[in-house]
Design a protein around this ligand. Structure first.
Ligand SMILES: CC(C)(COP(=O)(O)OP(=O)(O)OC[C@H]1O[C@@H](n2cnc3c(N)ncnc32)[C@H](O)[C@@H]1OP(=O)(O)O)[C@@H](O)C(=O)NCCC(=O)NCCS
Length: 232
């Protein structure tokens, strides 16, 4: 009987071919993506760059800016699958920021406080958004209550790993979320951003986001209509 032996060189070649044939694509968020979403958040949290080690606990950033969203409304979360099942980018949103604030106080703050009771040891980094600011953000969802919630009730966060940036996925993710919100009859979408993230600002400007009245140079607030048809 002929026994089949494995040829390491051809194994490598076929693994490479498989990797090359993988095409990233956008799909809905799944529960198994949770750890990838947290990782992407951390790797893009320093004004668009890697924030690993900036704070005493690498789980802090995702615990404020990513995980509450996929917990609250996973149906408004979409990922870029790298072709192997792994998420390498995401857009996460909530349709009704005011309702999200109420949920956060009730459901998120208690666990967050238990996980992050006080600032950890200094890391040698000195981010403008300090660890104390981050801890406060975790227990103060009122920071999200902007004056324009009537017209722009939804808000978003979007992050892509570097290898996926500049390929049109950001635009497609925003289109995907806008369409999902429009389907729910939500008229407007906003976001707050780090004023130093000039690349992200150029991206949002290009997509047609505009500054809201309560936007400030140090904490820009941008909004866009979803295209939802108002009820007759
Ligand atoms: C910001 C980010 C979401 C943009 O997504 P992206 O996939 O890189 O952007 P796209 O390729 O979809 O670009 C969409 C459009 O914006 C333009 N654009 C994107 N970045 C730009 C830049 N830095 N300067 C000028 N135009 C830019 C593109 O040219 C493109 O224009 P077109 O569609 O009319 O041809 C992504 O780069 C990213 O995740 N960066 C790191 C994390 C981050 O900063 N997140 C935002 C936090 S507020």
């Amino acid at each position: 009987m002929h026994e089949q032996t494995s040829d390491p060189a051809s194994d490598v070649a076929s693994a490479e071919a498989a990797a090359e044939s993988r095409h990233p694509f956008i799909r809905g968020y799944r529960a198994e993506d949770r750890a990838d979403v947290a990782r992407i958040c951390l790797l893009t949290a320093a004004g668009g760059s890697d924030a690993t080690g900036v704070y005493s606990d690498d789980s802090l950033m995702p615990d404020v800016f990513a995980l509450p969203y996929v917990t609250y409304d996973p149906e408004l979360a979409f990922v870029v699958d790298d072709g192997s099942g792994r998420a390498a980018g995401y857009i996460i949103g909530v349709a009704d920021t005011a309702a999200f604030i109420d949920w956060w106080k009730r459901e998120w703050t208690p666990g967050f406080t238990a996980r992050h009771p006080s600032p950890g040891p200094a890391t040698g980094h000195a981010p403008a958004f300090t660890e104390a600011d981050l801890l406060k953000a975790g227990v103060d969802p009122e920071r999200m209550r902007i004056a324009e919630l009537g017209e722009y009730p939804a808000h978003l966060h979007i992050d892509l790993l570097p290898e996926l940036q500049g390929k049109g996925f950001g635009r497609r993710l925003v289109d995907t979320l806008r369409a999902a919100l429009a389907e729910r009859g939500v008229a407007g979408l906003h976001l707050g951003m780090d004023a130093n993230n000039t690349n992200a600002r150029a991206f949002y400007d290009r997509l047609g986001f505009h500054e809201l009245a309560s936007s400030r140079p140090t904490s820009p607030l941008l909004g866009i209509a979803t295209g939802a048809v108002p009820p007759a």
